[in-house]
Design a binder for this molecule. Structure first.
Ligand code: AMP
Length: 616
């Protein structure tokens, strides 16, 4: 994630080169300090959390009533998942203000892109967590400027957006962590810092209409093209969407630049005012952008339109790695930089070697952010088990958890966090591998989020959900005496935005033809059955394209099995994968497609949780 944009240059408080260098030095020294003795820092963090929250109901319920030591904490407090916490979360959401999880007031819920029961998980947070998040952001540019000097001499073009928020029945705001951050005073009223000189005025980022927001951010980025030294978005998918937006709208954008008049599609008065501070009639620039954008090939469009760009700042680790080829194409091989690793539960760490290859990115967990534990993960040949539901840990497994300072090089672990805001030994669901050490602090490769089968943007669809969705869709085929013999799925990112593809092999008992509209209904039925993050991506953010069903010839899944066996799979143990990624397998499936159908419209989505009724 890019660091938070801040206020424009405050001339009364210019930061000179000397004070900037000094500030960077201090931040780098902080990293040196906390990574030199991570265990002591972790001990202190846990002790602070337990002292602050000694009287909370959750800890008392498990037998902790006074600040305690690490061993007693580990003996008494169970390792949990969201489902274990759900009753407490529901009470807080319904307005119970007693100290259930935290002694500080819960200021809002952060809505995670991870779901439970089809709805976003709600992560409690407190005011002081914003401080901690800001601290992590403040480390990013001092690290970056060790590798790319002079970034304070130009601008960053970042496409940043807020999402809709809702209210719980008890009146707490529920919204994604970045929306919360961008709307906070930490973001809006930061003192001037030359590293956060952005092309997007705050008003354009804070615009609730995503189309107007994108239009105005792109327009400002184009107007200031020569000054841009780095470009980015939070995730790779978001940045590619911005480039696609340019592909579709460059003609209108150039018209605005030529005339100095902002397109009436931008109706928000504060956004118009902010853009008009940047937009001046510039026919030469309009000609130049038109010339580049009307060329047939868009290879290297980023370096062509923003010629001084030094790198693309986007997350391309985890499922986002599927976008690396597209970014390489648009960026002509510009470095892809992943700066940080964070979540709604807790912000975790930073990449101290940001110019490394995406496949080598490792994140150094900053030991002051929370108390971290690690559950060893054992996988078969690097393949995670298929349909698996998170289960509670038995006593022996609980004892396997190790501290930050005790993880072993090369070993994979599931991350477990205890936070100041009131999560205790909470399984985030991410699998990390120890790649090395910074001083005594481990650095982790992000391996995967457990149980995610399909993901295009921030959606995370698991096999169980997909299976239920396919079962729901198949009911539409009942009148036709048809059975679904096999299926699998694929996240197709060759389209922008990407979309889910479901391959179906059918056995037709009668010759009654099935009208295309029935398959289209099946597509929509799958989409309606998927989780709310998926449906929001489809219906509101437009970050996911219509779901596609591809019908394959009979015998295709046998061929798939033959292929897997030829690669060494055991015939006895072979199970049809419910999601495929390996290019030759996708090719095999695609070569046997007889027909394909798309969802005819967007699935339904409304902000908030389905249980909340009309409180929003
Ligand atoms: P959310 O709770 O919606 O903020 O999503 C947080 C999740 O996004 C994390 O638990 C990870 O699974 C994923 N994520 C965040 N940062 C990164 C990163 N740098 N690389 C890969 N995945 C990430």
């Amino acid at each position: 994630m890019p660091e938070a944009p801040k206020l424009p240059h405050d001339l009364s408080n210019p930061m000179n080169d000397y004070s900037l260098t000094q500030k960077n030095k201090n931040k780098l020294q902080f990293i040196e300090d906390v990574t030199s003795n991570p265990d002591q820092v972790q001990q202190r963090v846990l002790s602070e959390i337990l002292t602050q929250n000694a009287a909370v109901e959750y800890l008392n319920r498990h037998g902790l009533s006074a600040p305690t030591d690490r061993d007693t904490f580990k003996k008494l407090i169970p390792v949990i998942t969201y489902d274990d916490l759900q009753p407490d979360i529901t009470r807080i959401a319904n307005g119970d203000k007693s100290h259930i999880l935290s002694s500080r007031p819960i200021s809002e819920f952060l809505t995670s892109s991870g779901t439970s029961g089809g709805e976003r998980k709600l992560m409690p947070t407190t005011e002081d967590e914003l401080e901690r998040r800001s601290l992590l952001y403040s480390l990013l540019m001092p690290v970056m400027s060790q590798f790319v000097p002079g970034l304070d001499k130009g601008k960053g073009m970042y496409f940043l957006f807020i999402k809709s928020e809702s209210k719980t029945p008890g009146g707490l705001v529920a919204r994604p962590v970045l929306t919360s951050y961008y709307k906070s005073s930490h973001f809006k009223q930061r003192p001037y810092d030359p590293y956060t000189n952005y092309t997007s005025p705050n008003e354009t980022i804070l615009c609730p209409d995503s189309y107007q927001s994108m239009y105005s951010q792109m327009l400002c980025g184009l107007c200031l093209n020569k000054e841009v030294l780095r470009v980015g978005a939070v995730f790779a998918s978001g940045f590619i969407r911005a480039i696609r937006f340019l592909e579709k709208n460059w003609s209108d954008l150039c018209h605005d630049i030529r005339t100095g008049v902002l397109n009436p599609v931008v109706t928000d008065p504060s956004v118009r005012e902010a853009v008009m501070r940047v937009l001046k009639p510039d026919p030469k620039l309009a000609d130049f952008i038109e010339f580049e954008c009307s060329k047939k090939s868009w290879q290297g469009i980023i370096t062509r339109v923003w010629p001084n760009t030094k790198y693309i700042d986007v997350i391309v680790t985890g499922t986002m790695s599927q976008y690396i080829p597209t970014l390489d194409y648009y960026g002509n091989g510009l470095p892809l930089v992943c700066t940080m690793y964070a979540s709604s539960e807790c912000y975790f760490g930073v990449n101290l070697n940001p110019l490394c290859k995406p496949s080598e990115v490792s994140y150094t967990l900053i030991p002051t952010m929370g108390y971290f534990e690690f559950l060893p993960v054992h996988r078969n040949n690097g393949v995670t088990s298929s349909i698996s539901v998170p289960k509670s840990l038995n006593e022996k497994e609980q004892q396997e958890l190790v501290d930050l300072a005790d993880v072993k090089l090369g070993q994979e672990y599931e991350l477990v966090v205890t936070t100041y805001a009131g999560l205790y030994r909470y399984r985030v669901g991410d699998v990390l591998r120890v790649a090395g050490f910074k001083n005594k602090a481990p650095q982790f490769n992000f391996i995967c989020r457990k149980n995610v089968a399909l993901s295009i943007d921030s959606d995370k669809t698991d096999e169980v959900e997909l299976h239920k969705a396919v079962e729901n869709a198949v009911t539409h085929l009942m009148p036709f005496d048809v059975t679904l013999t096999e299926y699998t799925s694929f996240a197709d990112t060759t389209t922008i935005p990407g979309h889910y593809v479901i391959f179906w092999e059918l056995s037709l008992n009668e010759a009654t033809p099935i009208p295309p509209s029935v398959f289209e209904d099946c597509c929509l039925a799958i989409e309606e059955s998927l989780n709310s993050v998926y449906r929001q991506g489809r219906a509101s953010d437009k970050s996911i394209g219509p779901l596609e069903i591809k019908i394959v010839e009979n015998g295709t899944f046998d061929k798939l099995m033959d292929y897997a066996i030829s690669l060494g799979a055991s015939i006895n143990q072979y199970k049809t994968p419910r999601c495929v990624k390996f290019a030759p397998i996708v090719e095999l499936l695609n070569s046997r497609v007889v027909s394909n159908y798309f969802s005819p419209k967007c699935p339904k989505w409304v902000p908030g949780h389905k249980q909340w009724g009309n409180v929003n």
